[in-house]
Design a protein. Structure first.
Length: 201
């Protein structure tokens, strides 16, 4: 497959992961460099894993997956985003009452990153079928490495961008919760509308 084609495919797949990486950098208080690298690795590996799996599963089985994959993504993103908004509201109320309480929405956990990685990558299944049915000669291993590499770089940029934004809001993590929660839900809505044919991307 031509370089330009696979680069464009990789970038399109990486956009949701990039957005969530920005949100993680913006909202997570306890991020260290190893944790940032872990987030980038998880997001990029899942973005490559799903097209890779779909390429070998084939179109017959994939037709069943495609009926539900976007709803799974939407449900996961709605759950994560809704929890962030709820915790943001709770933190605002606590501040007004003078109550100091740890906001778990702003805490890095491996489980949270795992769910985010799946939610942002499930719709990449369709790319595997696209690659399989392509009339152009492809090397699935080479293409998947491109997807992983570009997604990793995008997420790395996203996390550092999110960390820079925290300097602007100066510790008001509830603002990040509201923004992040809304954006995650909007990503879920976008995924559903794209699969239903209401959006071209």
């Amino acid at each position: 497959m031509p370089y330009l084609t696979i680069i464009l495919i990789s970038l399109s797949l990486a956009m949701d992961a990039l957005t969530v990486a920005i949100i993680d950098g913006l909202t997570m208080k306890n991020l260290t460099k190893p944790k940032m690298i872990f987030i980038c690795l998880m997001f990029s590996l899942f973005q490559g894993l799903f097209p890779f799996a779909a390429h070998f599963i084939g179109t017959t089985f994939m037709s069943y997956i495609e009926d539900y994959d976007h709803w799974i993504s939407f449900a996961l993103l709605l759950l994560i985003g809704g929890k962030m908004i709820f915790d943001g509201i709770k933190e605002v109320i606590n501040k007004k009452k003078g109550v100091v309480e740890e906001n778990n929405a702003n805490t890095f956990t491996y489980r949270k990153i795992f769910i985010q990685a799946i939610a942002t990558a499930i719709d990449a299944f369709a790319i595997g079928i696209t690659l399989e049915s392509s009339t152009q000669p492809i090397n699935i291993y080479y293409d998947v490495l491109f997807i992983i590499g570009i997604t990793f770089l995008c997420c790395l940029i996203g996390i550092f961008l999110g960390k820079q934004i925290t300097k602007v809001i100066k510790g008001h993590y509830e603002i990040g919760d509201f923004i992040g929660g809304i954006v995650l839900i909007l990503i879920g809505v976008k995924i559903v509308l794209s699969h239903l044919g209401y959006l071209p991307f």
